[in-house]
Design a protein around this ligand. Structure first.
Ligand code: ATP
Ligand code: MG
Ligand code: MG
Length: 552
């Protein structure tokens, strides 16, 4: 199902092409390199690249790097890697900072036209003078400086004669506009800082609202797609393009942000989780970052399908994280080999099985995809089962192992629990069972039935493995409030978001590669961790469990 087939942005582009308003389309994905991409960005990526693809257009990857204080080359590289991993190729790769000279010249043009002025008010004073929704703004005492004086002061700002915050350049628009964004917005500020791309060439930097429309115009972007919090800035966007006399006129259209339950979706908050060591880096598998999702084991296909299913609309609203899980299960169902792993091991000795004997059993690699063939797994006198598959005093309807009861070992035999071995404190440390050779899997045995089938791993050839089980990072929904009125999301961290367990996997897992994905029988889908896995001890990250009540 592809809901992006018809949406208001697609319809707009179609109309623009039909009416010949445009003869081609250019979109852009414009991240600020001040953090790693999250799944919200994936939505913007899918929309921008997807629409351009559908209309034979082009999409640029543009780093919106106009703030030297927060940006870093580490983020630039991570963003490129993530966009490629999601499956997209950009046409042009640009840095907004490469346009600083042109932006400067356009600002000078505004001054010459009497459309911009240097202001000496402080940031706080500017805020006070700006007024409110119900109260008009007040003119700055510097608003009527002469063009000559403004040109001179702006040049001196650029030459580094003033300290940070001493002066700004403001657009001269309308202090009584009902749209506060139009009340003489600041378009340049002083920042004596080293920029990741331009070094120390500049000490004045354009503000987003001035820079972004110019970037779009310079690159020939036709449809500048952004999220709805920029809707109020659209008049300013158009003002900048027009007053700066840009030859190409891009147009801004807004769509609703993607938010997901039980997580936060803002680079600033995600950075806080990293800086305060709540998580182990941007690519921690609990993070909603693209790199975190990749390390957890989500696939690009699942992320793209999920994002498409959320649709394109003006509205925001939270999407249930279980919907993403649904798509990764769908994607892995046919692809991921089945295997058995014991996460909390309990030793079982099969007392009537000959000592020293090992037999190899056939097991299908993926019953839903028989083309994947078969694997061979060993069976012998000692195996591991899951602790929770045994109970000494089971409740009613417990069909797994308990004294006197018989269960099926997947791909192997029926075993019956004969004896429970305990340590001095009374903890169960071993189960003694007998097996029935008649019941071998695949022989068509129908003599009697058992109600439980459990998984297991043969002990002598078992490979020790670490399992990392994950739960949501945050215990509360609606933590994606607009900036300013947000709740303290750090109060809602789930203390049990990761559980690390040591168990065993089949010897067929001897040569697993990082990022390989498996379905562990009865447990769920797991990914081989790319950072901490070793040849001796693989680490498996739980992607999703098998069952869900979620319905699409
Ligand atoms: P954040 O608040 O997480 O830092 P941002 O909007 O400041 O996000 P940018 O790097 O400026 O981050 O975003 C690049 C593009 O991705 C922008 O066009 C932005 O609108 C879009 N984008 C960011 N977050 C989301 C989201 N949750 N849903 C859809 N698009 C998003
Ligand atoms: Mg931004
Ligand atoms: Mg932001």
């Amino acid at each position: 199902m592809d809901h992006t087939n018809s949406n208001f942005i697609r319809n707009l582009i179609k109309k623009d092409l039909e009416t010949k308003k445009r003869d081609h389309i250019v979109t852009r994905f414009p991240p600020e390199p001040n953090g790693y991409l999250h799944i919200g960005h994936a939505k913007s990526i899918v929309i921008n690249f997807g629409l351009a693809d559908d209309f034979n257009g082009k999409t640029n990857l543009r780093f919106d790097d106009t703030n030297p204080l927060k940006e870093d080359t580490e983020y630039v590289n991570a963003i490129k890697e993530d966009v490629e991993w999601l499956g997209y190729d950009w046409d042009g790769l640009f840095f907004a900072s490469d346009y600083f000279q042109e932006m400067y010249e356009r600002a000078v043009l505004l001054i010459k036209k009497g459309k911009a002025y240097v202001d000496d008010l402080s940031q706080e004073e500017i805020r006070q003078y700006r007024g409110t929704l119900t109260e008009a703004g007040k003119d700055s005492p510097y608003r009527n400086r002469s063009i000559e004086e403004n040109l001179d002061l702006f040049k001196r700002m650029r030459n580094g004669e003033f300290a940070n915050g001493e002066k700004v350049l403001r657009a001269k628009i309308d202090m009584s506009s009902p749209n506060i964004n139009m009340r003489d917005p600041v378009i340049y500020r002083i920042a004596h800082a080293t920029h990741h791309n331009t070094g120390n060439t500049w000490c004045i930097y354009p503000m987003y609202a001035f820079a972004h429309p110019l970037e779009d115009a310079i690159e020939g972007v036709t449809h500048s797609l952004c999220t709805t919090e920029f809707e109020d800035q659209r008049p300013l966007y158009n003002w900048v393009v027009a007053e700066c006399e840009m030859e190409h006129v891009p147009e801004q259209t807004e769509f609703g942000r993607l938010n997901i339950t039980n997580t936060v979706m803002s680079k600033r908050k995600l950075k806080q989780l990293v800086d305060e060591k709540v998580v182990d880096g941007w690519d921690d598998p609990r993070m909603p970052t693209i790199s975190g999702l990749r390390r957890r084991g989500y696939t690009p296909e699942a992320i793209r399908e999920f994002v498409k299913e959320t649709g394109v609309s003006k509205g925001a609203g939270e999407v249930d994280s279980q919907m993403l899980d649904y798509f990764v299960r769908e994607d892995l169902k046919m692809k991921a080999p089945r295997t058995m792993g014991v996460i909390r091991p309990l030793k079982v000795v099969i007392t009537n099985y000959p000592e020293g004997q090992v037999e190899w059993l056939d097991a299908e690699i993926n019953p839903e995809n028989p083309d994947m063939g078969k694997r061979q797994i060993p069976f012998s006198r000692e195996i591991y089962i899951e602790q929770e598959d045994f109970m000494e005093n089971p409740p009613k309807k417990y069909f797994r192992l308990f004294p006197g009861n018989e269960v099926r070992l997947k791909h192997a035999y029926f075993i019956k629990c004969e004896e429970v071995i305990k340590d001095a404190e009374g903890n169960v440390i071993e189960i003694h069972c007998t097996y029935d050779p008649e019941t071998k899997s695949g022989t068509g045995f129908t003599g009697r039935k058992v109600k439980g089938t459990i998984h297991w791993v043969e002990a002598s050839q078992a490979i020790p493995a670490e399992f990392r089980l994950y739960e949501p990072l945050l215990l509360k929904d609606n933590l994606n409030e607009e900036e300013g009125e947000e709740k303290d999301f750090l109060d809602h961290i789930n203390p049990d978001s990761m559980q690390v367990l040591n168990g065993y996997v089949e010897p067929t897992m001897k040569d697993v590669q990082v990022q390989e994905k498996f379905q562990f029988f009865r447990h769920g889908y797991f990914n081989v961790d790319p950072k901490d896995s070793t040849k001796e001890k693989p680490v498996f990250n739980l992607i999703v469990s098998l069952k869900s009540s979620f319905k699409l």
